[in-house]
Design a protein around this ligand. Structure first.
Ligand code: DQQ
Length: 590
């Protein structure tokens, strides 16, 4: 092959890879103008989640706000009032005392004024002393320009915060001549600094450079753009839903509020990339005097960066929970079914189970995420397995619970790493490519081993979540891959060749930073009919997947632990629970 053919092949591979990446999680709310107001006749419950946050029908996307206020957790979210695809977006509003049961309230914000007549898009809430909660959100004006507005509660003493006013002195920030009016959105929760200013970050881009503009205000009404963005990065495209917050480097139990300015903290900047439909974050240092954030360079600042979740998860947002001193993450998991099926089932999208966010105490180089403890109140029937060896090719069924609606925690011990396959660090393999090639049935040395969720007994349909342990040939240390593979999840046929007519069944994957010195690695999966949220090594690597089996549904779904590696793996402990439905999940919402 000549040099030019080699270059063409390489280019083709890059393009294919780029195509795959851009396809990403297909999370984006595509605009289907004809479909967005198609009313929902009835709701199909086959794949509806039981204990995840969902309204009774219609489309949802980004979590907005969240806030703890006067005894209630408030969740706002982007919601189509008229149908099951993206469109007609309002800020829907629900409240909860426990983050498990939710009461739907009237919509908080909807297009009604010149400064948001064409859209009320994502934003945040800040608790402003003396004023109460203030919403910052993106409004779309008549010219389709994205501008930033504020809204205040009609009655801040109402713990439900039912009614919101959008004052006439809006907008508070408009794009200037250097900025792109169609890419200027999603203001973050603001933080107060010692210099007497509030600050917020608004996502944007200049050509292919993703940008976070920082704005300052003394009174929360007049906002001035700082001279430089807080941070920007070439080739990352539009930054949607930025999130910026501190984490403690010494306290691994509590979260920090945004205005924390003491020692022993790092900052996190997360952005949601419109180009790839994935998110990534960096850890770094915030210089308040310069209005700058500088990533610490320990992880990539770009497409290959660390992720809150390596699966179907987007537009996420954290908030500080004053009740329990923790930082909580919400994120949206879109459908990956066909558009026609979304419409016929009458709903699309859910919010993942809220997760606490902390710096990883073991390496201090990444975050760890864990489902909020409140979700455990839904656990009912319980089974346990102890000290069971699983030999190569073995699969043990977890019986006695409802596998389609379950919480399962398992600790594996892999014993020796002698048989682990070599991992050449010079491979440019991305975890996703590795998982695509080394699926759950491809025999390895140590692994693949893990859980088989939403399965038929003959494995016609199944969603495996598993680890595969390699040995880094340069350091001799383990390199652990975690996969959640939707490829075998459903027998359902595509409706046609177009993207919208195909179910998206990707393998999702990430590496897990563990040294396995004691041989142990844990896996927890929350399984809820069409969503599987998995937490590797106590939340170091998290993967959410959406799947639509047609046989492995409800009481016909099964759950197994398995091992397809030559090395026997020990299940030190496995605890599994059926999960109940919350008593109240947005009943009666419109
Ligand atoms: N969704 C909102 C936008 C945001 C995007 C519109 C992210 O504000 O950028 O529904 O999913």
């Amino acid at each position: 092959m000549g040099v030019s053919s080699i270059i063409s092949v390489m280019l083709l591979l890059v393009l294919i890879n780029l195509g795959n990446n851009i396809k990403g999680i297909e999370a984006f709310h595509q605009v289907y103008e004809k479909l967005q107001s198609q009313s929902v006749e009835s709701v199909n419950h086959l794949h509806r989640s039981a204990f995840h946050f969902q309204p009774p029908k219609h489309w949802i996307n980004d979590p907005n706000g969240p806030l703890y206020y006067k005894g209630f957790y408030h969740l706002f979210y982007q919601y189509n009032t008229k149908g099951a695809v993206w469109g007609n977006i309002v800020w829907a509003h629900s409240v909860s005392k426990d983050l498990v049961n939710w009461e739907a309230l009237e919509h908080a914000i909807y297009p009604s004024k010149w400064f948001d007549i064409k859209g009320t898009w994502s934003g945040s809430i800040t608790l402003v002393p003396g004023k109460g909660p203030v919403i910052l959100y993106t409004g779309i004006n008549q010219n389709e320009t994205q501008i930033q507005n504020y809204a205040i509660p009609e009655d801040p003493s109402d713990p439900y915060l039912r009614k919101w006013i959008k004052p006439d002195d809006n907008p508070v920030a408009v794009p200037d001549y250097t900025m792109n009016g169609s890419d200027f959105r999603d203001p973050t929760t603001a933080w107060f600094s010692k210099d007497g200013h509030w600050r917020t970050v608004v996502g944007s881009r200049r050509k292919h450079r993703g940008i976070g503009y920082i704005y300052r205000s003394k009174d929360f009404k007049h906002w001035v753009k700082a001279k430089h963005p807080i941070h920007s990065k070439e080739s990352t495209g539009m930054w949607e839903c930025p999130d910026f917050f501190p984490v403690s480097t010494t306290d691994f139990e509590n979260g920090l509020d945004l205005d924390y300015a003491g020692p022993n903290a790092k900052h996190v900047l997360k952005v949601s990339l419109d180009m790839t439909r994935y998110e990534y974050y960096t850890l770094g240092k915030y210089y308040p005097n310069k209005d700058r954030y500088v990533p610490n360079g320990e992880s990539p600042d770009g497409w290959d960066g660390l992720r809150f979740d390596y699966g179907n998860f987007y537009a996420s947002k954290t908030f500080f929970d004053y009740k329990k001193n923790r930082r909580i993450l919400w994120g949206w998991a879109n459908e990956s079914d066909t558009v026609e099926d979304d419409i016929s089932k009458g709903w699309a999208g859910l919010q993942v189970i809220p997760r606490t966010v902390l710096l990883d105490s073991t390496n201090k180089k990444q975050l760890v995420f864990w489902p909020i403890e409140e979700i455990e109140s839904l656990r009912s029937s319980y089974v346990r397995m102890n000290n069971k060896d699983i030999k190569m090719g073995q699969r043990l069924e977890v019986k006695g619970i409802t596998p389609a609606q379950a919480d399962v925690e398992v600790t594996f011990n892999v014993g020796s790493l002698e048989k682990a396959e070599p991992f050449d660090p010079s491979y440019t393999y991305k975890p996703l490519d590795l998982c695509r090639v080394k699926g759950s049935n491809v025999t390895g040395g140590v692994g693949p081993f893990g859980l088989i969720t939403l399965a038929t007994p003959d494995l016609e349909e199944y969603t495996p979540v598993f680890f595969r342990v390699f040995k880094d040939t340069s350091t001799n240390k383990p390199k652990v891959l975690m996969c959640s593979d939707a490829r075998p999840s459903s027998l359902k046929q595509d409706r046609g060749p177009l993207k919208q007519d195909r179910m998206y069944k990707p393998p999702f994957a990430g590496f897990v930073d563990v040294d396995l010195t004691d041989g142990r690695i844990s896996l927890r999966s929350l399984i809820d009919h069409s969503v599987v949220e998995s937490f590797g090594a106590l939340g170091k690597t998290v993967i959410t997947s959406r799947v639509y089996p047609i046989k492995a549904v409800k009481e016909n779904a099964h759950l197994y632990v398995f091992n397809n590696g030559t090395q026997t793996v020990n299940v030190e402990s496995l605890d599994a629970w059926s999960m109940e439905r919350p008593l109240q999940m947005n009943n009666g919402a419109t």
